[in-house]
Design a protein around this ligand. Sequence first.
Ligand SMILES: [Zn+2]
Length: 152
Amino acid sequence: MKKKVVKGKEVYTLSNSECDKLFKAEKEAMENTYPNPNSGFAVALMTKKGNVYKGVSYISDTDTLTMHSEATALANAAIHGEKDVIAITGPNCHICKQLIYESTLRSGIDIVIVFKEEGKIKQIPISRMMPYPWPKPNFQEKLDKIKRKKVK
Ligand SMILES: [Zn+2]
């Protein structure tokens, strides 16, 4: 992975082998979609440490409680103490784009969405997929205040 800083945020570019690692993990995760194998969605993400975490959709009988694979992948990484996500497979629904975008506000890393289009690997920073993002900048100040209170 290569790092650069764009508009104050870290943006990573993955090598083709790192992308393939994510695609492979995503495919493997499909076996564990809930409640039935290969019946929902799966993603894989990579953290700054280079670790890969999988996420699967977790379907609820009420539907409203269903968790998308992006949410479970982000939670999976957090459970393992990793919050610095640099890339996640996509494309993603707009609910998940918002969740991924909000993660970037906290980490300072513009998470790259990795997917294939017409057989070619694409790596698009989430900020480019959010032309009119919410929340607005003053909300970021509120988040920063919360972060400063964080105990280390
Ligand atoms: Zn989603």
